[in-house]
Ligand binder design. Structure first.
Ligand code: MMA
Ligand code: CA
Length: 323
């Protein structure tokens, strides 16, 4: 189609050129047929002719331009439609852009307003920031002081705790000692009272023991019962010193010695067998009739006698103890 258009255009151009060439040939033949005397009229005719030719040429040129314009216009009709379409599309795009522009403008204005507000607040915020910085600085300083104070208090508390623990231990120790002392004091007081009472009631002290000598007479069994009732028992003689101590009272006295269980097998009232004895020279002689021990002749160093248990005599009790 494009080639067809070009061919048509070329033919028209050639036609125009032939027309113009024909005009030029006519002008040349007129020039050749003119007379000298008819110069003026010829000149005028030539001028007119030239005018005609020029006008015709101009008309040719205009026709050519017109034809070309028509061809171009015709050829561009589709392009025109396309351009219209593009224009509409561009219009639509432009409308969109305008919408967006409007929206952006509004957003810009909003941002300007916000920016303005921010700028307005910026100064206040800066002041507040500086104030907060100062407050923060004060808090940091205060925190440091408090931390130091806390550490100092911790140290003091630690010392106090150690001191308290030490004091508590000392107190407990003193209380323990005091309790012991109390207990000992109580015990000693009781002991003292007991001893005072004993001494007041005629008890005698000798070498780690208290002795009681009866003022009446009883059988051996009743005598022993009395001693036990007094918290003591009939006397056990362990050595010469004790023997002499008892001998000095110059009385016949039941002592805590018996062979009542087995004849001849003498035992003390605490169950221990007799090992150190102070029998009179002919004693013991009572066999199964005399089964209870007795201090008899005070003038003799060895003065024990076996005696009938049912006889009545004074007796001597003994209880271990100290002053
Ligand atoms: C009493 C009695 C005896 C003792 C003789 C010693 C007469 O009996 O005490 O036990 O052996 O005296 O003479
Ligand atoms: Ca005897």
């Amino acid at each position: 189609m494009a080639n067809g258009v070009h061919t048509e255009e070329f033919e028209l151009t050639m036609e125009d050129e032939n027309l113009c060439a024909g005009s030029a040939k006519s002008e040349a033949s007129l020039n050749r047929s003119g007379e000298e005397d008819e110069v003026t009229s010829v000149v005028s005719g030539r001028k007119l002719w030239r005018l005609v030719v020029v006008s015709f040429a101009l008309l040719c040129i205009l026709q050519a331009i017109f034809s070309i314009s028509l061809r171009i216009a015709f050829r561009n009709e589709a392009g025109f439609k396309n351009l219209t379409k593009q224009r509409d599309e561009l219009k639509r795009i432009n409308s969109d852009i305008e919408g967006r522009y409007k929206s952006l403008t509004e957003e810009r204005d909003e941002l300007k307003r916000i920016n303005f507000a921010i700028e307005a607040n910026s100064e206040n915020l800066t002041e507040e920031r500086d104030a907060l910085k100062k407050i923060n600085s004060d808090i940091v300083a205060s925190f440091k002081n408090l931390t130091e104070e806390r550490d100092e208090l911790k140290r003091i508390n630690f010392d106090t705790e150690a001191s308290r623990k030490n004091l508590t231990e000392q107190r407990d120790e003193l209380e323990r000692k005091l309790n012991i002392s109390d207990s000992q004091c109580h015990s000693l007081t009781e002991e003292s009272d007991k001893l005072k009472k004993r001494l007041k009631n005629g008890w005698l002290y000798f070498s780690g023991s208290f002795y009681y000598i009866s003022s009446n007479e009883k059988t051996w069994q009743e005598s022993r019962k009395d001693c036990i009732q007094k918290g003591a028992d009939l006397t056990i003689i362990n050595n010469r010193e004790e023997q002499n101590f008892i001998r000095q009272f110059k009385k016949y006295l039941w002592i805590g010695l018996t062979d009542i269980e087995t004849e001849g097998k003498w035992k003390w009232v605490d169950g221990t067998p007799l090992t150190r004895s102070f029998w009179d020279s002919k004693e013991p002689n009572g066999k199964t009739l005399e089964n209870c021990g007795q201090i008899k002749n005070p003038n003799l160093q060895n003065n024990w006698n076996d005696e009938r248990c049912s006889n009545t005599h004074n007796w001597i009790c003994e209880e271990k103890g100290s002053l």
